[in-house]
Design a protein around this ligand. Structure first.
Ligand SMILES: O=C(O)CCC(=O)C(=O)O
Length: 319
């Protein structure tokens, strides 16, 4: 990494989030999700699509999981409070806890998220990167600054998706907004600090400043959300919220997925997550023993020919 690396506040190291090897897990409970051609086309064109109610059944378990995170932030990985003590409200986020919080683990390995991700990315396989949770408590008056997710990560590529599940009814004025089509601008913007929206990597990579985006010049995608609704968006899609006051709890759970063209890269900042030496060279695929492939298109095309039971063996990953 470059000498001008700067630390970002969301990377406070508390616990070891990456145990030695992944547990053995069974993907046979993972349902396949049938994605319409029209939805995939809209996702590819707009960079963000809303799917109503698709994770309704997961709202309660995910809320339980998030509560563990909120109650004991330092028992989990990368807790971040973006509202200073003494100020009204709380804007909390935390990520890389899917191996530590059983409800998150179940969602990642037993929901249709992997299948949804693979199909939306038009990929042959969906590789799991990590999960990220957010909570704005009532009284919080803090925007989520405009940003793209990709410049925070040690990966590069186009086939990416975050599946952002609303865990509360969320009015449009405090929900995340997306700049339609911005994933296709061919631009990367400086990551910003969630505390104050400032660019935190001012030098190094030739990134543009997100501060230069004039939202009024672009078409904004913004929806009122019900719990269980899911927004799928590309890591390059510019997104953020207004600074309207949150009057009801606003929780969300995101999973991040990598498609076929995504490879390891290095950036001029400490990435999220801050990964040590993974034994990778620039341009390598991310290690599958750390970031598992949880869906392959071939499993389902084969499954058309075989009975589901016969194909179970293909659905079990051994580590
Ligand atoms: O919920 C929010 O305010 C931020 C969500 C976000 O930035 C993300 O999922 O990448």
């Amino acid at each position: 990494m470059n000498a001008s690396v700067q630390k970002q506040s969301g990377n406070q190291v508390t616990v070891d989030w990456m145990p030695n090897g992944l547990p053995e897990f069974d993907l046979s409970m993972m349902p396949s999700w049938s994605c319409s051609h029209d939805l995939v086309k809209r996702f590819q064109e707009d960079g963000a699509v809303l799917m109503r109610g698709v994770f309704r059944d997961w709202v309660k378990p995910l809320r339980r999981g998030l509560q563990r995170n909120l109650d004991a932030p330092n028992d989990y990985a990368f807790p971040c409070e973006s509202i200073p003590a003494g100020k009204s409200g709380r804007f909390f986020d935390s990520y890389c806890n899917w191996l530590l919080i059983p409800e998150y683990f179940e969602y990642v390995t037993q929901s249709s998220a992997a299948s949804m991700a693979g199909q939306l990315m038009e990929a042959q396989a969906a590789q799991f990167f990590h999960e990220h949770t957010f909570c704005k408590e009532p009284g919080t008056q803090r925007e989520t600054p405009w940003h793209q997710d990709l410049p925070y990560y040690c990966v590069d590529g186009n086939q990416t998706v975050s599946l952002y599940v609303a865990l509360d009814q969320t009015p449009a004025n405090v929900a995340v907004r997306f700049v339609k089509g911005s994933h296709r601008w061919g631009k990367l913007y400086h990551p910003v600090a969630f505390e104050d929206g400032a660019d935190f990597a001012a030098q190094g990579e030739c990134l543009e400043s997100v501060q230069d985006i004039q939202p009024s010049e672009h078409q904004i995608l913004n929806w009122e959300l019900a719990s269980g609704d899911c927004i799928a968006f590309n890591f390059r899609t510019v997104h953020g919220t207004k600074s309207d006051k949150v009057t009801r709890r606003r929780r969300a759970f995101s999973t991040r997925w990598l498609g076929d063209d995504v490879v390891y890269c290095e950036r001029n900042i400490e990435t999220s997550p801050p990964l040590g030496d993974m034994g990778l060279r620039l341009g390598d695929r991310m290690r599958e023993d750390w970031f598992p492939v949880l869906w392959r298109r071939s499993w389902y095309t084969d499954a058309k020919k075989k009975a589901w039971d016969d194909s179970l063996v293909d659905h079990r990953l051994q580590f």
